[in-house]
Design a protein around this ligand. Sequence first.
Ligand code: AMP
Length: 278
Amino acid sequence: MKTIITLDELRNARQMLKGPVGLVPTMGFLHAGHISLVRQAHQECASTVVSIFVNPTQFGPKEDLAAYPRDLKHDLALLTPEGVDLVWAPTPEIMYPAGYQTWVTVDEVSQPLEGGMRPGHFRGVATVVAKLFNAIQPQKAYFGQKDAQQAAVIRRMALDLHFPLEVVVCPTLREPDGLAMSSRNVYLSSEERRAATILYRSLTTARNAFEQGERDTSHIRAIMMDILNSEPVARPQYVSCADLNTMQELEIITDRALLSMAVYIGKTRLIDNIILGE
Ligand code: AMP
């Protein structure tokens, strides 16, 4: 496994890789969820590239960029046994050289939900992922269902900009009590960690209602909200029942739907989702 930093090194190393090449973009502080993406890439591709870059342009001015957890040494130790060929860990100066002014915006699908709460977030995500796709030229790129809207934005961008690659979306890995694995879980105190299980409990309770025939999304959202409100430490920001591709809210579920939410547990903002009708 080669770890590289500069663009020149990346281009040289990329030329030596056998195709198809699978890319797993990450912001580091890796956990089993990230590793599950790496394993799927390794299974499906001749070569696997992992990028590690805490992308400043997807953080809002009041968000946790400076505090975002980082541990490159530990990340490399986790990746070493996974058959990864290349790890690219560029600096912010490499990704955004002085005078930088080129952006990728994906219109409608970026606007609701996370896009509504985090203005500019998906512009930063789409821009950095487009740059990763250009630099690494993968045939497949792996993303987590955990960030469902991000996956929808990237799918749209890849289609619209004619990136010749397949966007693969992998299932969300969870802790034994249901909490979705996330680099941000380290921010939680032990009391908050206990309270954080409320996200998955509210999603699964709504799924039970769906399985018993409930199709009215206002009822489904109310079920999720009631459960979240039963936890004093939790402050829900939104709950949603939306179309999987457009992220527009549904009134009635006719086929499949994405149930998603953003919830503050103390100062930590957590997101989670499940798909209904699969
Ligand atoms: P991040 O480092 O948080 O930007 O995540 C990098 C990739 O890993 C994204 O495609 C995420 O959706 C994915 N990911 C994060 N957490 C999980 C998880 N618990 N299960 C599966 N994939 C995940």
